[in-house]
Design a binder for this molecule. Structure first.
Ligand code: SAH
Ligand code: SF4
Length: 350
């Protein structure tokens, strides 16, 4: 056995790798297929063959922040800004739950201050009458706000740390503070919400070492869900000329995350699918067990351009769902029918 294949076997058996070992595996591209196969096996043993579908509603593309990588950054004047009203948000959620049979609704937006605590809690309460799990992905809030969302019925919150390299974070997120984002993740957990986080792979200046730190960070925060996607440069941002991340490296970071956190939920991200037509299928066979079909109306969706080419932008929600179901059955997996909460296995053991 090569050194890398020994490390992969060790990780699959002990669910543990040191920083140095992670760096070794991230640097060796000859081991990729073995790594993906090991992550696929761990995924099957710990969370099974069911794939959880989460209905994504991108309800506002208005954002007070200016993240250098993101097409929704406030200085981008080339996009048409929109905000979907509360009734329409509810109707989209209702359609996803009743007509499409989806069990989780994810509400995502820029940091749009119009949706204050009261407005959001009203929307949360209405959506929770649909017997679904509800996830929010709306950025940095106060501890009291996270608690209020939980009290109104929210179940989970997604807030990617983006990178654990603080200097890189501060270069790419002007006006924002890494420690505050970390504080938010702690407050989300303290509020009793499931914690979702994650990073982008291939940010300009990001090192292999910091990707290893990212993976260890996911374990440190006891994440319930981790989403990993390649950074894709957007033409209307300061990073327009950057190289961007690769599917291969994103899959590696994801697969290693599955080995170290065997029972969590891991989505096959849309950014992976954007880089290659089989990106999501590859992810589902390298550790992922979740997909987030977009149910936002096409008229809004094309303006929610975090990065260019978001793969399914021209599909209606029903068309996207059909494509997904075919993909899932095509690799001998099935759509799970429960709400897909994170079930922590004892000591991470199956
Ligand atoms: N405003 C919220 C949620 C919307 S952004 C927030 O920032 O948390 C959701 C995610 O999109 C971000 O966390 C980031 O990881 C990702 N993203 C933004 N720009 C991207 C790009 N150019 N390429 C890939 N992913 C990007
Ligand atoms: Fe706003 Fe989120 Fe984009 Fe940053 S990543 S600009 S917070 S939408």
């Amino acid at each position: 056995m090569t050194a890398s294949s020994e490390l992969i076997a060790k990780a699959a058996a002990t669910r543990s790798l040191s920083r140095g070992e992670l760096i070794e595996l991230l640097s060796d591209d000859d081991c990729n297929e073995a790594l993906f196969a090991a992550a696929d096996d761990v995924r099957r043993r710990y969370v099974g063959d069911g794939i959880h579908l989460r209905a994504l509603i991108e309800f506002s593309n208005i954002c007070r922040n200016n993240c250098c990588y993101c097409g929704l950054r406030r200085d981008n004047r080339n996009i048409k800004r929109y905000r979907i009203d509360a009734d329409t948000i509810f109707n989209l959620a209702e359609y996803a739950a009743r007509n499409m049979g989806l069990k989780t609704i994810v509400l995502q937006s820029g940091e749009d201050m119009f949706f204050d605590r009261d407005k959001l809690c009203d929307i949360i309460r209405r959506i929770k009458t649909l017997d679904v799990a509800l996830t929010l992905s709306i950025g940095e809030k106060t501890a009291a706000e996270y608690k209020a969302y939980k009290a109104a019925g929210a179940d989970r919150f997604l807030l990617r740390i983006e990178t654990t390299d603080r200097d890189l974070y501060h270069r790419l997120d002007p006006g924002m503070n890494w420690q505050n984002r970390r504080r938010c993740l702690a407050d989300i957990a303290a509020a009793g919400l499931e914690v979702g986080s994650g990073v982008m792979v291939g940010l300009p200046g990001q090192t292999i070492e910091s990707l290893a730190d990212d993976i260890l960070f996911f374990r440190e925060i006891n994440a319930d869900m981790i989403g990993i996607g390649p950074f894709i440069p957007h033409p209307d941002t300061p990073l327009k000329d950057a190289a961007g991340g690769t599917l291969e490296m994103s899959l590696k970071v994801m697969a290693l995350t599955r080995l170290l956190l065997p029972d969590i939920n891991i989505p096959a991200t849309t950014a992976m699918e954007t880089l290659a037509p089989d990106g999501q299928t590859k992810a589902l066979q390298a550790g992922a067990n979740v997909i987030m079909p977009n149910v936002t109306l096409t008229q809004y969706r094309r303006h929610y351009e975090l990065y260019p080419g978001k793969s399914t932008t021209n599909y209606t929600p029903d068309e996207s769902l059909k494509v997904l179901r075919d993909k899932i059955t095509g690799i001998n997996r099935f759509v799970a029918t429960d709400k897909g909460f994170h079930h922590q296995t004892k000591n991470g053991k199956a």
